[in-house]
Write a protein that binds this ligand. Structure first.
Ligand code: PAF
Length: 278
């Protein structure tokens, strides 16, 4: 496994592999890998000749008051997971390479990045779309793998690749959960034992919403109220019921439905969702 830290060297490697007829799968991450990332890596290794893991804690997707400095950096452990899940390359560029002095170009995906996390974190999707574009331009992947836990992020990246004619297949992989239901996240490491126990109400209330829909409930307001009521142990940021592709709010449950929630357990902001066809 090779570690590459500049876009020039990354592109040179990818051009060489493409010339040999090899396909490349990319898993973009900010490191602090967990089983959710490992599942993306395994899918990238299975679905392509070569898999690249990128690790870059992207400053432009954090607001000044957010956890950029605190975000866990665990490169050695991440390398072991990368190796075990079949990575050929870890692409780990430096911040000064990604954003040199007088950096001034950003990618803004309108519409689908409004609301939900885009409402609470207005800077977030501009940073994500920009860095993912830069990662795509360096790694030149045939496919890129993202987790459904960040469902709005997936929708933004899909829209961006479509709108900007990027010839990259976006593969969305299911949420990986702890045995007790908590969605895996690098930020779970911030939770105290007591906060972690309270955080279980996120997945619990989503599973209850799924049961209600399976039992025939079709009114979005009723479901949102039900999910909110189940989240009394945490401080709710949002509970939304939206179309799974456009992220527009739904009145009635039909089509591809996403129930998306965000909440604070202490100082840690967690997100979770369920998605299904009705
Ligand atoms: O999901 C993440 O870890 C990040 O938002 C991503 C896609 C790697 C961009 O920094």
């Amino acid at each position: 496994m090779t570690i590459i830290d500049t876009p020039e060297a990354m592109r040179a490697w990818s051009f060489e592999q493409r010339a040999l007829g090899k396909t490349i799968g990319l898993v973009p991450t900010m490191g602090a890998l967990h089983e959710g990332h490992a599942s993306l890596m395994r899918a990238a290794s299975r679905g392509n000749d070569l898999a690249v893991l990128s690790i870059f804690v992207n400053p432009t997707q954090f607001a000044p008051h957010e956890d950029f400095n605190q975000y866990p950096r665990t490169f050695d452990a991440d390398s072991r997971i990368a190796e075990a899940t079949g990575a050929s390359v870890i692409y780990a560029p430096r911040a000064s390479t990604m954003y040199p002095e007088r950096y001034s170009t950003y990618v803004i995906v309108e519409d689908v990045s409004q609301g939900l996390c885009g409402g609470s974190r207005p800077h977030f999707f501009r940073g994500v779309a920009t860095v993912v574009t830069k990662l795509f331009n360096a790694v030149l992947p045939h496919r890129a793998y993202f987790g459904q836990k960040d469902a709005q992020q997936c929708a933004v990246i899909k829209r961006m690749t479509r709108d900007l004619d990027m010839d990259i297949e976006i593969v969305e992989m299911p949420i990986v959960r702890e045995p007790d239901g908590l969605a895996m996240s690098s930020r779970n490491a911030y939770l105290s034992a007591e906060e972690r126990a309270r955080a279980l109400c996120l997945s619990r209330s989503l599973f209850e919403a799924r049961e209600s829909i399976e039992a025939g409930e079709r009114d979005a307001h009723t479901l949102v109220a039900q999910v909110r009521a189940g989240m009394a142990d945490v401080q709710v940021d949002y509970v939304e019921l939206v179309d799974g592709e456009t992220m527009q709010p739904l009145e009635r449950i039909a089509g591809t439905v996403l129930v998306a929630i965000a909440a604070w357990a202490g100082k840690t902001r967690l997100i979770d969702n369920i998605k299904f066809e009705v």
